[in-house]
Ligand binder design. Structure first.
Ligand SMILES: [Fe+2]
Length: 390
């Protein structure tokens, strides 16, 4: 069997009502907490109040940073870091989707390391251990609660760029996954984040860094998302379906914590920074086309993925079975209407060329893509995904 290593230092609690553990978990780590969240939803849904009351019970001092915007900027993180240092915060609690969670990771870093954030962009550049982080996701998709990655938007660059910190210091200390928190998510966010998780699982499964244990989690995650995402969109209050999706997102997060993402994420970032397409939706638009492009690299695994989604069809060769997976993936993403609003963006050919050239610079993600992609290949994939050209 293939040699592999597997690392997950985060303590995970999963279940209805586990958010009530936040006070107890925080009390093991310090006496003063900074809760990082978005601008409105945690308060509007009453989730923030649950955190407050749990912390109060343990007599933990709390300050609140409610300023995280979607795709958090360097400035927001710098501001949070400054407050944290001034207030001598000891524990960070991240509450929200990927954006508050990533911002919280950055703030935890800047609490114990000098500014600016730019110093830590890249891999393994964080010097001092950041403040301990308790991550409480309120969407089912990002997986950031169990990864060592944080993505920020650099607004000093024109057009804006997504930049990543990858560092094992960034794994949260504790992740509290409470499916009840996802019950009030609007269907478009449920869809976009769920598809982000699907992209994590499929990218992790096809990455050259895939390994037996992460593959096991990836296949289960893909299976659950196919089964439960449409059901959750149709019946947003189905707690069982919500739980399965959050679980699938957790599994996919653990997968990319081992493998990282590949070409889909590399190609998706500019769709978000330049056209405002949400991260998960951007990935979903590209995913089947990248999957199809990568398929010849490993038909055996492609066939395995197909068989996770349906029973083996008699008389299909391995290659045919793998190719059927592309059809299943395309139909699934069409069914959840992943390309919603894409036409209005009116993305032109010269933009595609510019994006593709930038993707070619992303050596890290290209190196783990299972099939070598040239500039021409990447332009072609963008065209198929964005302009509907075969
Ligand atoms: Fe993602």
């Amino acid at each position: 069997m293939q040699e592999f290593s597997f690392f997950l230092p985060t303590k995970v609690y999963f279940g209805e009502g586990v958010i009530r553990r936040v006070g107890e978990e925080a009390s093991k780590l310090g006496e003063k907490v900074m809760v990082i969240t978005g601008r409105t939803s945690a308060r509007k849904t009453g989730i923030l109040q649950k955190v407050e009351s749990s912390l109060k019970k343990k007599r933990i001092k709390m300050i609140l940073f409610e300023e995280v915007e979607p795709n958090p900027s360097f400035d927001t993180v710098e501001r949070g870091g400054e407050i944290s240092r001034k207030e001598k915060v000891e524990v960070i609690v991240a509450l929200g989707g990927g954006s508050p969670m990533d911002a919280a990771k950055g703030i935890a870093v800047l609490s114990t390391n000098s500014s600016p954030l730019d110093l830590y962009i890249g891999q393994g550049k964080v010097k001092n251990p950041p403040l301990p982080l308790i991550a409480i996701p309120t969407t089912a998709g990002t997986g950031s609660e169990v990864t060592k990655y944080a993505v920020f938007t650099n607004k000093k660059k024109v057009p804006h760029r997504k930049e990543v910190i990858g560092d094992s210091h960034l794994f949260p200390e504790v992740a509290l996954l409470d499916p009840e928190l996802t019950l009030s998510l609007p269907s478009s966010i449920t869809r976009d984040t769920g598809v982000d998780a699907l992209s994590h699982a499929i990218e992790g499964f096809t990455s050259t860094r895939a390994q037996p244990l992460s593959d096991l989690l990836a296949l289960k995650s893909i299976n659950l998302i196919f089964r439960y995402l449409p059901e959750t969109i149709n019946n947003p209050h189905n707690l069982e379906a919500r739980s399965s999706l959050l679980y699938a997102s957790l599994l996919a997060g653990i997968v990319i914590a081992q493998t990282g993402t590949i070409l889909v994420h590399a190609m998706g970032y500019r769709l978000t920074t330049d056209f405002g397409i949400p991260h998960g939706r951007a990935n979903g638009i590209l995913l089947p086309w990248v999957y199809e492009f990568n398929l010849p690299a490993n038909y055996t695994k492609g066939a395995l993925l197909t068989r996770e989604l349906e029973d083996k069809i008699k008389d299909l060769s391995e290659k045919e079975e793998a190719e059927r997976g592309v059809f299943l993936l395309k139909s699934f993403l069409q069914r959840v209407n992943i390309s919603e609003g894409l036409e209005e963006k009116n993305i032109k050919k010269d933009k595609i060329e510019e994006f593709a050239k930038e993707v070619m610079q992303n050596k890290r993600k290209l190196a783990v893509n299972p099939r070598k992609a040239t500039l021409k290949d990447i332009i072609e994939i963008y065209k198929r995904a964005l302009l509907g050209k075969e």
